[in-house]
Design a protein around this ligand. Structure first.
Ligand SMILES: Cc1cc2nc3c(=O)[nH]c(=O)nc-3n(C[C@H](O)[C@H](O)[C@H](O)COP(=O)(O)OP(=O)(O)OC[C@H]3O[C@@H](n4cnc5c(N)ncnc54)[C@H](O)[C@@H]3O)c2cc1C
Length: 416
């Protein structure tokens, strides 16, 4: 691994930095409230930015051109992402689809109509959500109870070509604005839990799909419950083998952790700016030696995460799939995000109670993030699950106890 940029990479960075400076949308035309994620005007700006990137060959850079990408390298894609972050162009609406779900769709579903969904997503015209978690199946991703059964009366295939799905999903980010979703269902309860799962993609407007938003303590409506009642899907919307859903789930979760583990959002530069502007005892908080010492520690932690993400990048550029290092990045970053916002609110003192974007320092960015950051330690896998993965797959420690691994799913006690 070499952290120095090659001359080609440095030239590419200079080129994209110039392009971003010339083309990035001016967010200052939005009011502070409109600048928050999930606000319709913010989403519209994000969509236009995604289209502009796709037109210029900067969206999904490492994907094939036929699927809306640019036939570039993983390193170029990462360089562009870093420059985008540097310019404050961080939009979450497309991450679930482009970083996690569509790579799995492209890998596991060869149906032409299904793959036709990829280019519009790259252009920001269609948004995707992940329908994996259920009330009793979060950390235990294989514990899914949502059921898909073949409709014997449909099509010409044995047992029918359509599937009928019933069940409930929960904590689905962006489902309230999503056009499409990727869903895990149990198609065979007579085999052990990991073996009877199948993944499908679906149009969120399919009859029988009901999205109920969950109000978060940050005030956002990012999370949802999704109820599925007699939802009918053709077999062509299956992703991967029937009963082979676990493989698709693993592809998706590994991509999710690698994506989350590279770290986004407020960082040490933002708290540096805040400390420069916020008065403390004898001057700005930045002059306080205790704060400066803490900032140095924070900087070291942030650099560790950045370098760890280079390790992922190096292996991806050599054709590997994301591994357990993504879990380490995710664990470190979500903890850091919480420490950062805790400290920011300490510095702001009683001003930290102001969450109104029109009144608060830096439009209340830290207050908003403070209320959102705890969720980050759960979404994409909890701290405990990340530690289990690191213990087993990196350190080679004995595995977690799994008493239901070989039992047919139907026979696993439910407590009812
Ligand atoms: C902000 C946010 C966004 C999310 N987005 C999505 C999304 O888009 N799509 C989606 O499908 N899901 C999403 N989720 C759901 C998320 O994946 C789950 O909440 C998470 O996996 C935890 O599952 P759970 O809530 O069922 O908790 P549980 O699995 O019930 O865990 C409860 C507690 O027990 C601990 N625990 C469980 N098993 C073990 C074990 N074996 N060893 C040690 N400790 C254990 C957990 O770490 C946790 O502390 C999101 C969640 C959040 C908070």
């Amino acid at each position: 691994m070499n952290f120095d940029e090659s001359p080609e990479e440095a030239a590419y960075r200079a080129k994209v930095r110039t392009w971003i400076a010339a083309n990035a949308p001016d967010l200052s035309v939005l009011s502070p409230t409109e600048q928050r994620q999930w606000h319709p005007r913010h989403k519209e700006v994000a969509r236009l930015w995604q289209t502009a990137k796709a037109d210029a060959g900067y969206a999904c850079i490492s994907w094939p051109k036929a699927w809306g990408g640019a036939d570039g390298t993983a390193i170029e894609e990462a360089v562009f992402g870093q420059e985008e972050t540097r310019a404050g162009m961080q939009f979450n609406y497309f991450r679930t689809g482009l970083d996690m779900l569509l790579p799995a769709l492209m890998e596991h579903n060869k149906d032409e109509a299904s793959l036709a969904r990829v280019p519009p997503a790259v252009r920001g015209e269609e948004i995707w959500c992940q329908l994996f978690s259920e009330p009793a199946s979060g950390s235990d991703s294989a514990g899914v109870r949502c059921a898909a059964v073949r409709d014997p009366g449909s099509g010409s295939g044995a047992g029918g070509d359509d599937w009928v799905i019933n069940g409930q999903k929960v904590w689905n980010s962006g489902a309230q604005i999503a056009d499409y979703g990727m869903l895990v269902a149990r198609t065979n309860p007579d085999v052990p839990k990991h073996k009877g799962l199948t993944v499908f993609w679906l149009d969120m407007k399919t009859p029988g799909v009901e999205v109920r938003p969950i109000r978060m303590m940050s005030g956002d409506n990012e999370l949802n419950e999704v109820f599925l009642t007699d939802v009918r899907l053709p077999d062509s919307q299956r992703v991967g083998e029937e009963g082979g859903g676990w493989k698709v789930i693993i592809t998706t979760l590994m991509n999710e952790r690698a994506s989350l583990g590279s770290g986004t959002g407020l960082n040490w530069r933002d708290i540096l700016d805040l400390a420069r502007e916020t008065p403390s005892f004898d001057g700005p908080a930045l002059d306080d030696p205790a704060f400066r010492e803490w900032l140095a520690d924070l900087y070291v932690d942030a650099e560790a995460i950045r370098l760890l993400s280079f390790r992922t990048l190096t292996s991806l550029s050599k054709g590997a799939t994301p591994g357990p290092e993504g879990s380490a990045g995710k664990l470190l970053w979500s903890n850091l995000a919480q420490t950062l916002t805790d400290k920011a609110l300490d510095i702001l003192d009683h001003q930290g109670l102001l969450d109104d974007p029109d009144e608060a320092a830096m439009n209340g960015a830290f207050q908003h993030r403070f209320l959102w950051a705890p969720g980050l330690r759960l979404g994409g896998g909890t701290d405990e699950i990340m530690k289990n993965i690191i213990a087993e797959r990196v350190l080679g420690l004995p595995g977690d106890i799994r008493v239901d691994k070989t039992v047919p799913f139907r026979e696993i006690p439910t407590g009812r």
